[in-house]
Design a protein around this ligand. Sequence first.
Ligand code: SF4
Length: 220
Amino acid sequence: MSLTEEIRLLHAELAAARKADVQALASKLIESDFSCTRCSKCCRGAFGDNTVAVFPREVRAIMAASGKSWFEVVEPPEGEDYDDRGNLHVFEWVLRRMPDGDCVFLKDGLCTVYEARPHICRTYPFRLDSAAIESYDCEGAGRCPTCSSELVSLAEALIARRIGELEESIALLERFEPFGQGERSDSQYIVVHDSEGTKYVRRSADGHYSFCPGPGAGSG
Ligand code: SF4
């Protein structure tokens, strides 16, 4: 499928997501019998994959709420796509974690950026795939359902997430700069593709990240 066709389909999905019926979705969520127990396991590293992918606008919201810098909030995800200069290419960002795997914003079992937390955190353990609800393992499933106002809030958050994901994908593809496939090298450059375009990141020997002009403008 061409990039143009992919973008056209995403626009169609976005139009449908913007018309989604919150009450109908809330009614479907009732069947999940979900109620958050505030266990915080989804934020912790000891209970499975707690990777939280985030978009630039979410990173900036967390920066504003926490006073932290870009690279104190996120880092590039792991990946296996290399260009013909051996630079790693990845998509979007992931929240930083402590050495024990816990999210850096988790403190005493509570989220310290709760009001600015990303879409994924607001909607866990659910996500929308088109109109279908997908869910992940969570100890809150199978309990008494949350009250209807909470289900409506959850439905609104799921629709907002779906819209945010589609807007992000469209903007990313519109700004995407294709690259020739290559092999892994000792390059310290990571090329991150997101809705704002192409960002070049340098990882120093001690593991610190910084933005840089890109290998074409430097020594890479
Ligand atoms: S941002 Fe908050 S809710 Fe999300 S994983 Fe981190 S501590 Fe948990």
